[in-house]
Design a protein around this ligand. Structure first.
Ligand SMILES: [Zn+2]
Length: 295
């Protein structure tokens, strides 16, 4: 019994660190799922990767951690022998841009202008200090509102979302395939990270998601930043979670409760399963509290 507990503890520890420490040396498998048309979703470790593979070659969305680049490149070659010509970053975080220096040798990297701006400078996230990225890792084409890409017989709409997960978020919609990659504005079935230090805001995130639910087709398939391939129904559940947990924390603040008291009270039974190794209920409450109070 004791050894089993120790084993489970070790697993929990490995899982917990897996997301946070990109240098961790566990065996990561890259799996590809065909979504629709030319579009695939790749999962390994870190943010989900979107791929369009076709006659023009490959367009890639996000690239996980640097140490996985060779493996990811091999998995993409299984789908298409052509070059990776374009790489879109949905935002700046290392679990979405860690492979930039590797893939940037082959592809033109595109992102919102704030991604290039923030990656070019030293970044601060809480206690963590992240040095400026190497020149090869920086986006070459930047945009403000968005742009259209005509590739693989698709109309690919790249659009900036206002302040949400960060201040440089972009989503990518494949019109023909009816698939959208929402980057980290969408953590499917789990509490999201909102990077307030990089210009993010939980209230802005809720606004973005509400807007998207109005705009996206009923039968759209959604690649979230984290979590499984999802539907509009899943996005609606996520919005309900954002609304309800934000309301709980907001009314607690109005009643004069401290962050510690709010964390002790929790968010109720309904959202228990949304807690995960990276964003626990406690951490989500802290993010909401900081977003709502500015402290
Ligand atoms: Zn992120």
């Amino acid at each position: 019994m004791k050894s089993r507990i120790v084993f489970l503890g070790a697993c929990a520890l490995l899982l917990g660190l897996g997301f946070m420490l990109p240098q961790q040396n566990t065996e990561v498998k890259i799996t590809a799922t065909h979504v629709a048309g030319t579009v695939y979703m790749l999962e390994g470790q870190g943010g989900n990767i979107g791929i369009s593979a076709g006659d023009d070659g490959v367009l890639m969305i996000d690239d996980q951690f640097a140490r996985l680049s060779e493996k990811i490149r091999a998995a993409i070659r299984e789908l298409n022998k052509g070059d990776i010509r374009l790489l879109i970053n949905t935002h700046l975080h290392g679990d979405h841009t860690g492979g930039n220096a590797f893939f940037g040798k082959e592809a033109v990297i595109m992102a919102h202008e704030n991604v290039r701006k923030r990656m070019s400078a030293e970044q601060h996230r809480g206690e963590r200090v992240i040095p400026p990225a190497a020149k090869e890792a920086l986006p070459v084409v930047t945009f403000d509102e968005g742009l259209m890409v005509h590739f693989n017989d698709e109309e690919i709409q790249v659009r900036h979302l206002p302040t949400g997960h960060t201040d440089g978020d972009a989503i990518v919609y494949f019109k023909k395939a009816n698939v959208v990659h929402l980057g980290d504005d969408f953590f499917s079935g789990r509490f999201p990270f909102v990077d307030i230090d990089s210009g993010g805001d939980p209230q802005g995130l809720l606004k973005n998601i509400t807007q998207l639910i109005e705009e996206l087709p009923e039968d759209v398939q959604i690649i979230p930043g984290h979590g499984p391939l999802s539907t509009l129904e899943d996005l609606k559940t996520y919005r309900t979670m954002l609304e309800e947990t934000m309301a709980t924390v907001r009314s607690g603040i109005a009643a004069g409760k401290s962050l510690e008291e709010l964390q002790k009270a929790g968010l109720g039974e309904k959202w228990q399963s949304w807690s995960w190794q990276f964003i626990s209920e406690e951490r989500w409450i802290a993010i909401l509290h900081r977003g709502l109070t500015g402290k």
